[in-house]
Design a protein around this ligand. Structure first.
Ligand code: FE2
Ligand code: FE2
Length: 469
């Protein structure tokens, strides 16, 4: 009976083989701008895999890509050793590879002192051979895109979709790949089986900003979401954004599909999920985080350490606004190209160093609740970003922070009105800036970690399938 089938979901483990260099100036410079851990990945993966191994009731582990740091051959080989360890403890692993798993320019790198050095990468065409044991060998159908279908039980199938696309701007499904996927969904349903999918890239934009950034979701996501939902696919597990999010979409024909995106195993909050099929057309989703790992964390708990790693990526940028314009502009043309911005950016940066919410209120003539008046604006800004990625954004209507942000938005109305008019015409999500901001900081549903979802089991057909089994 499929009733209590369960699996673990681990995403974006990004394993980095430590012998390629996990310290020194070049390593530090690179890792500071990274929200996830790098040198620590081996220790974190070991700790997480140990927890999964200890749960004897769950036999299956799914991993939707970004297995290693930047496609290093040594990291791929090291990661396979970790998979073998898990396998020896009774787990069956199904995975797909993604864009971080093969080595092409400018990937992959190792670190020696002040230098980033090129190291041997895994060619993309070698990945199937390398990971054949983790899904491809068990496939009941396979597509040349390195996508496949496996039977998890006699009545539950997994549609594992590689979405590397053209390995450049197109991060989607090719027409023949989509056609194959639709055939697989139909075949599962005709055989009375439930089928769900996993891809690396999220299907749906998970936060308002994700509507503005192409790299946050599959290319042509609306077409794919409509097509899949109307084909009866109602559940997809994704990764890539290193964010915890549960997002749903209703097709034009009224069919639902839910994208369960899981944060990176090695980046704040270092989460993984356990998914259990319940008896009554529901699945239970629970999230866990890495509680500890074998590393010198400088006296911090694992949670504090992950938070510190994440925050540093943003505080460095805010600090650079004030004190290091060259660093601040490095990703958009450098200081020369942006020299007109130097004075205002530096002024805002310096102001942000010490401005509290009370100070901001005074400046713009609004009052903030006493309980939050001493919070630094920059700390709150960092927390807003961290919460988007950590999931369950807490600042909903009725909280003092939500109230302060509403008052701020009111004061900024003359400016946001102009943005809405100009940018809103191009991108509807910007046609209401207040909603954009408030939806970013507060999520009424609070289900990014734990939730129970309804799924469409086709009861009669499912029973028939079980009878056949
Ligand atoms: Fe990733
Ligand atoms: Fe990715």
């Amino acid at each position: 009976m499929a009733g209590n089938f369960s699996f673990y979901l681990v995403t974006d483990p990004h394993f980095f083989e430590l012998s390629l260099g996990g310290e020194g100036e070049a390593y530090e410079a690179r890792s500071r701008t990274d929200q996830k851990c790098v040198a620590e990945t081996g220790a974190i993966i070991d700790a997480g895999f140990l927890k999964i191994a200890e749960d004897s009731e769950t036999k299956v582990v799914l991993i939707p890509g970004d297995l290693v740091y930047r496609g290093e051959q040594a990291s791929n080989e090291g990661f396979i050793k970790k998979l073998e360890w898990l396998e020896e403890r009774g787990k069956t692993i199904y995975l797909i590879t993604a864009r971080h798993d093969y080595g092409e320019t400018p990937y992959p790198v190792g670190f020696v002192g002040k230098e980033c050095v090129r190291v041997e990468g895994t060619p993309r065409e070698k990945l199937r051979e390398l990971y054949h044991h983790y899904g491809f060998d068990q496939a009941i159908s396979e597509h040349k895109s390195m996508s496949y279908v496996v039977e998890l039980t006699k009545s539950i199938r997994l549609l594992a979709l590689n979405c590397d696309g053209d390995c450049k701007d197109f991060r989607g499904l090719w027409p023949d790949q989509l056609e194959w996927a639709l055939e697989q969904i139909k075949d599962a349903h005709e055989n009375g089986c439930y089928i769900f999918a996993m891809t690396h890239y999220p299907l749906l934009p998970f936060s308002p900003f994700a509507n503005l950034v192409a790299d946050t979701h599959l290319t042509d996501w609306e077409m794919l979401a409509n097509t899949f939902a109307d084909a009866g696919l109602d559940l997809i597990f994704t990764g890539h954004m290193h964010a915890q999010a549960v997002t749903e979409f209703k097709s034009k024909n009224g069919n639902m599909i839910t994208d369960v995106q899981t944060g990176s195993f090695v980046g704040y909050p270092c989460s993984y999920r356990k998914v259990t099929f319940l008896d009554d057309d529901k699945i239970d989703i629970k999230s866990y985080t890495i509680e500890d790992f074998d590393w010198d964390k400088g006296g911090k708990t694992a949670e504090e350490y992950f938070k510190w790693r994440f925050d540093r990526m943003i505080t460095d940028i805010i600090d650079a606004m004030a004190y290091d314009f060259a660093f601040f502009t490095r990703l958009f043309g450098g200081p020369e190209k942006n020299k007109k911005l130097k004075v205002p950016v530096t002024a805002v940066g310096r102001l942000l160093q010490k401005m509290t919410l009370k100070g901001l209120g005074r400046l713009l003539f609004f009052k903030v609740d006493k309980s939050i008046e001493n919070i630094l604006v920059k700390d709150l800004a960092v927390e807003f970003v961290r919460n988007v990625f950590g999931g369950n954004e807490p600042y909903v209507d009725g909280t003092p922070v939500n109230d302060a942000v509403r008052k701020l938005l009111k004061r900024l109305r003359p400016v946001t009105k102009i943005i809405e008019k100009k940018a809103g015409a191009k991108n509807p999500v910007l046609s209401d800036i207040d909603k954009f901001v408030l939806d970013t900081i507060g999520d009424e549903k609070q289900r990014d970690y734990n939730t129970v979802l309804n799924i469409k089991w086709k009861r009669e057909e499912q029973n028939q399938c079980q009878k056949q089994a």
